[in-house]
Design a protein around this ligand. Structure first.
Ligand code: CA
Length: 415
């Protein structure tokens, strides 16, 4: 697969302009045009156009008119499943937005601010077993993971009577629910849970291995009732009373995380407190157990008044300060085929500024970001379609496709 470097974006269009008797002509045939014009004795002006940015992207609206979008998922086919924070999962079948939702949990949730219906993940063998998982804040404030099964004779409807609670974690504060679900390349379900409070994690949940909050959890939903703990979970062998579901800890509000569909690497976007937004990286094959530092550290720095010498933190690979935004929204590493110049880049965004950044890894292992584009609406989430093309979901209820130069695509509006 071709991996484009920054140089791939330099546009080598050369335009020759020549003038005869006050009439000017423009030849777009590149360097040859310039040569011909000059050989004829014309005065030429050569304009070399360089793309304004190495990998500038455009957002093309695909579906609009929905309510605030928190998550976009695919089930391995042409459909997109769009999660509305207020409790509906809407179905875009590739041609139109269906009137009937896949699922309606409006009566089961508390909403909104940072609560509500937060994400959706299809089982890796969804085509065979029809299982899907949602995460929402329930009416008493528990971050809840629930399993549903699709109707065998209606693949666009989940059977609400199949609802099976998987996990309910009490989370009394309205902020920092996180609530991302994603299956890893190991087939286990990963769940992100925020630190549970907005005051610098005053209860020290994120560093406490006896609490669920401020963590990424990993569970096996194919065994046990309702799940089992994978026997390779990092804290399984501890004799202390630790939460055995914990995969990684020291997180504040890991609102969105994703796996690289090609390599299995894990990218965690942890929303910062008063100063730093960060992206954490975990290579595929990691044994887990990373401490990402919160609430002793924020980004790469030890927080004022904290003693960071007691921990061995895994530092973020990317971070930015609040003069450039307010809250990081994690995206995906692009592995599609329609935008070859973007291949291998990790995309993420800032909620307040709408800035979309693309990150690449240097041969020495360090990561670097560049501005790739900007949304006029507040970005809540990214998504991937089945082919790995990237989508953006915004607070105004629009799903956008990320593209570079493709022609304008047809867009649809919810009724
Ligand atoms: Ca951190």
């Amino acid at each position: 697969m071709h991996v484009a470097g920054p140089e791939a974006a330099v546009c080598e269009l050369v335009v020759a302009i020549y003038c005869i008797k006050r009439k000017c002509y423009l030849i777009r045939k590149g360097r040859m045009a310039h040569k011909i014009a000059r050989s004829l004795g014309f005065v030429t002006l050569v304009v070399v156009m360089v793309a304004a940015h190495a990998d500038e992207i455009k957002l093309r609206p695909l579906v609009s008119g929905l309510s605030g979008i928190t998550s976009i998922a695919n089930a391995g086919d042409e459909r997109l499943f769009i999660v509305e924070q207020t409790g509906l999962v809407r179905v875009f079948d590739g041609e139109r937005l269906l009137d009937e939702p896949l699922l309606d949990v409006r009566s089961q949730i508390s909403c909104c601010a940072e609560r509500g219906l937060l994400s959706l993940a299809f089982h890796p063998r969804f085509k065979e077993n029809g299982l899907l998982f949602v995460c929402y804040t329930d009416t008493i404030g528990r971050v809840t993971v629930e399993r549903y099964q699709i109707f065998p004779d209606d693949p666009n409807r989940a059977n609400e009577s199949s609802a099976t609670p998987i996990m309910q974690i009490l989370h009394l504060q309205s902020g920092h629910n996180a609530g991302q679900l994603a299956f890893g390349p190991d087939g286990y379900l990963y769940v992100s849970i925020g630190d549970g409070n907005g005051n610098g994690d005053a209860e020290n949940n994120a560093q406490d291995l006896t609490r669920y909050l401020g963590k990424i959890l990993r569970i096996d939903v194919d065994h046990g009732d309702p799940y089992s703990i994978p026997d390779t979970n990092p804290f399984l062998g501890r004799t202390e009373d630790v939460i055995r579901e914990i995969w990684a800890y020291g997180l504040r509000n890991p609102w969105r995380f994703s796996f690289d569909r090609k390599t299995g690497d894990l990218f965690i976007a942890d929303v910062g407190d008063s100063s730093v937004e960060e992206i954490d990286f975990q290579p595929a094959g990691s044994a887990g157990g990373q401490n990402y530092g919160w609430n002793l550290m924020e980004g790469p720095e030890c927080r004022a008044g904290k003693d960071c010498s007691s921990i061995d933190p895994t530092l973020p690979v990317l971070f930015y300060y609040h003069d450039e935004g307010c809250a990081v929204i994690g995206g995906y590493r692009y592995r599609g085929t329609l935008q070859p110049s973007l291949y291998g880049m990790y995309f993420y965004a800032d909620y307040c500024t709408g800035r979309i950044l693309s990150a690449t890894q240097s041969p020495d292992g360090t990561w670097h970001s560049q501005l790739a584009g900007k949304a006029d609406a507040r970005i809540r989430t990214f998504g991937e379609d089945a082919a790995g093309e990237l989508l953006v979901g915004t607070e105004d209820g629009t799903v956008w496709r990320i593209s570079t130069n493709e022609p304008r695509v047809r867009s649809f509006r919810a009724r």
